[in-house]
Design a protein around this ligand. Structure first.
Ligand code: NAD
Ligand code: DAU
Length: 352
């Protein structure tokens, strides 16, 4: 590692916390600054195991706050950024699109601009790593895969805001020679994911014997990747990619929602000592998500070919590990599902 000080934005969130943990432990001589606004999705409890490490710092701040960012760059002499801070949930983008425009587009532009000013044209050994999503490519039919050459076709306010931020990051590369790399990843799952997303929401509902709200027919397809594998892919790309490159990251692991939910119910029955089939009875088909993308599937062969990365574990193993984590961390789950979560849940699901 040739960087002395790395700013990780969104490090208190789901994926960010796994990236922070990996970098703090793997690079003890590098200062890792976690810059996070601590929205509903940010939680410092995700980082209890590393918060006392001598190379870890936390700075509470908004990526829209140019002044605060400039002060943080100056204080830590930041020479690389891994940018994960974002509004990340598609359903929330449907009810509140402007929040996504502000955070994901203007926030990314503000952060990049502060980095550009601070580095002041001297980009040697500097890097701005932008973490993005496969949703920028749109929706697939029954066949085919997203490659790095697939034209952008975002279809939700969330994916449009991420696509827009990707375009801005590439524009800085072409216009200013700003040192960037982008990765676009498929659906992540694992410990510490906020229970608005499919897998932790359904684990929580099964545990509490609440209905499992399946959108539409449950035949939408997602390509699932264990979050620890995503963090490892980010590390490999961060250290080895050429500037200006894009890499797709995926699990090569497609599931229809309903097949995944049934697999999850089976694991939960075993773990909770219920009769097989009990949890499945909670499945409830509800009104579909507006503009619901049918299928995502990543072709990650470029990452395998160029940088020799591939997922480390099978989905069944990762899913069981995830269920175990949520059952073991009941307090974490009950804290994040109290207060505002209850209002969100009611609003999101009562009319479906
Ligand atoms: P998350 O919602 O769990 O966490 C987002 C984090 O960003 C939170 O800690 C939040 O406090 C912080 N944040 C939000 N607005 C901020 C602001 N204005 N200033 C500073 N911090 C702010 O998200 P996640 O699922 O961990 O996703 C992280 C990144 O990875 C996002 O950019 C997302 O688009 C991308 N991504 C996610 C997935 C996935 O499956 N979750 C897949 C591919 C890409
Ligand atoms: O593909 C990467 C993206 O994956 C990331 O960029 C996003 O940040 C992340 O949220 C995720 O987006 P999805 O919309 O695919 O994830 P979500 O967990 O919200 O939904 C997964 C699938 O499950 C999707 O087809 C919708 C469906 N679903 C979801 C919820 C929350 C349901 O059927 N019922 C639900 O209650």
């Amino acid at each position: 590692m040739d960087k002395k000080s790395i700013l990780i934005t969104g490090g208190a969130g789901f994926i960010g916390s796994h990236v922070v943990r990996l970098f703090v432990n793997k690079y003890p001589d590098t200062t890792i600054v976690n810059y996070d606004k601590l929205t509903y999705a940010g939680n410092l409890e995700n980082l209890l195991d590393v918060e006392r490490s001598s190379n870890y710092r936390f700075e509470k701040g908004d990526i829209l706050d140019e002044k605060k960012l400039a002060a943080v760059f100056e204080e830590y002499k930041i020479d690389a950024v891994i940018h994960l801070a974002a509004e990340s949930h598609v359903d929330r983008s449907i009810s509140n699109p402007l929040e996504f425009v502000n955070t994901n587009i203007t926030g990314t532009a503000t952060l990049m601009n502060v980095a550009k000013e601070f580095w002041n044209g001297n980009f040697e050994n500097k890097l701005f790593y932008h973490v993005s999503t496969d949703e920028v490519y749109g929706s697939l039919g029954e066949t085919g895969y997203f490659t790095e050459e697939t034209p952008y076709d975002p279809r939700s306010p969330y994916s449009a805001s991420k696509a827009s931020s990707d375009h801005l990051v590439r524009a800085y590369f072409h216009t200013y020679g700003f040192p960037i790399v982008i990765s676009n990843c498929s659906n992540n799952y694992g410990a510490n994911q906020f229970p608005e997303k499919l897998i932790p929401l359904f684990i929580n509902n099964i545990k509490s014997n609440l209905p499992l709200p399946v959108y539409g027919k449950g035949d939408n397809v997602r390509d699932w990747l264990w979050v620890v594998d995503h963090a490892q892919a980010i590390d490999v790309i961060f250290n080895n990619s050429k500037l200006g490159e894009t890499y797709n990251i995926g699990g090569n692991n497609e599931w229809t929602n309903i097949a995944l939910i049934k697999a999850l119910c089976k694991i939960m029955d075993q773990k909770l000592g219920r009769k097989e089939g009990d949890s499945e009875k909670l499945i409830t088909y509800v009104k579909d998500r507006e503009g619901h993308d049918k299928r995502y599937a990543i072709d990650a062969s470029k990452l395998k070919r160029d940088l020799d990365w591939e997922p480390s574990i099978q989905f069944e193993e990762g899913l069981e590990d995830t269920v175990d984590w949520y059952l073991k961390n009941e307090e974490w789950l009950s804290r994040v599902t109290s207060g505002d979560y209850k209002n969100y849940y009611q609003k999101q699901y009562q009319e479906r």
